[in-house]
Design a protein around this ligand. Structure first.
Ligand SMILES: [Fe+2]
Ligand SMILES: [Fe+2]
Length: 388
């Protein structure tokens, strides 16, 4: 059943992200920059769509695409036997003691030279990956492509299960490697993961698969960029093993991005109007980050703080977001769709095509305004302090 998504549910998310889970007022403004959403008026949220339950015709459309998905989407999955596993990148605990301990010593020696800021970004990425149960749950709220039984043979459901199985290796690998580094308060990190999965998330897609598939396209590309940047930084700090780990994960994310992007491309082909409206709707609300409700039991503003560090270090920035909007508008050839659009669809098209520039200008204005240097402790690194 579809929910009636209203602006209030999103503004609630926005308020919580900015103010912290308990609604407390943030003490500084700079850390808000990395993910602050513009005002509802500026975002055009007052115009946003209240998606209704999918009609039988729309459900039939997704059913009719099953053969296409079988041949064009499932092919992006890698067979288990050809996939890397976390153990391929980690010390083998079954090896002789000296060998095992020597590998761990190497990891710890390499880790010693890496700055705290980088570790905070890496931990944030790892925690985001570890909240995987939430993403699979949310995916299965999308009408027409949900896994109805938990073991449905439909290609959509098989994709979701196999995609989750691929994703599951990301959190596993990062978690184990970071544990071995000896640099982190793992108990605080584990608490953050438990809080985050318990919190869940509402990306405001109203069970609408058009919105859901657009959201996942953006998220996969965002994680590709983020893991790619952590790989680059690891290399810069001399940890080639960590660079390889982040690079392998980034490559998976890229493959996932290709798959979701291809589905949305197909939706533009078979149902341009609804797809255009869904894209504009997701853009008006901005793509909410999946780990926005992270909490470690101490810092009510943990996500904005982490997000600000990621912005400062250059792991994932507001410019990346604007670039992604531009990338997808080009990838789906949004500006050149001429047939099958209603007047509202054409309005949506115009709005979406001008967005990347608007985001960039907004980013520039914020950069000029925000030059404070708040310092906050992160429990993940034993309360050592970082500028946000
Ligand atoms: Fe992932
Ligand atoms: Fe992914």
């Amino acid at each position: 059943m579809a929910l009636q998504l209203s602006f209030s549910s999103h503004s609630c998310l926005h308020a919580n992200v900015i103010a912290g889970c308990n609604g407390s007022k943030p003490s500084s403004s700079k850390f808000v920059m990395a993910l602050t959403l513009p005002s509802s008026k500026a975002r055009g949220v007052e115009n946003r769509i209240r998606w209704k339950q999918m009609t039988p015709e729309k459900l039939e459309l997704f059913k009719s695409l099953e053969g296409w998905a079988e041949e064009n989407v499932l092919t992006f999955l890698k067979p288990v036997e050809e996939s890397w596993q976390p153990q391929d990148l980690l010390p083998d605990a079954a090896s002789p003691d000296e060998e095992f301990l020597a590998r761990i010593t190497e990891i710890r020696e390499r880790a010693a030279g890496i700055p705290d800021e980088y570790y905070v970004c890496l931990v944030g990425n790892m925690i985001t990956e570890e909240a995987l149960p939430t993403y699979q749950t949310v995916f299965n709220t999308f009408d027409g492509i949900a896994d109805e039984s938990g073991m449905s043979p439909s290609p959509w459901a098989r994709w979701t299960r196999s995609w989750s199985a691929e994703e599951n290796r990301h959190g596993d690998l990062l978690n184990k490697y970071l544990y071995l580094s000896g640099r982190l308060d793992m108990r605080q990190i584990e608490k953050t993961i438990q809080y985050l999965i318990a919190a869940g998330m509402n990306i405001g897609t109203d069970n609408n698969p058009y919105c859901g598939l657009i959201y996942t396209s953006f998220q996969e590309r965002a994680t590709f960029i983020s893991h790619g940047n952590t790989a680059r930084h690891a290399k810069g700090h001399g940890d080639l093993a960590l660079a390889k780990i982040c690079g392998l994960i980034a490559a998976d994310e890229k493959r996932h991005e290709f798959a979701y992007t291809k589905v949305v491309e197909k939706l533009f082909e078979v149902d341009p109007d609804t797809t255009m409206l869904a894209l504009a709707d997701m853009m008006r609300r901005k793509i909410a980050m999946p780990a926005a409700f992270m909490f470690d039991g101490l810092d009510r503003e943990l996500f904005p703080h982490y997000s600000a560090v990621a912005q400062n270090v250059g792991i994932y920035t507001t410019k990346d977001y604007a670039d992604n909007v531009e990338f997808f508008v080009k990838r789906w050839d949004v500006g050149n769709i001429t047939s099958g659009l209603s007047s509202k669809g054409r309005e949506a098209q115009e709005y979406v095509c001008g967005l990347a520039d608007r985001f960039r200008k907004m980013d520039e204005r914020k950069k000029k305004k925000n030059n404070s240097s708040t310092i906050v402790p992160f429990s993940w690194i034993f309360n050592r302090k970082i500028v946000v």
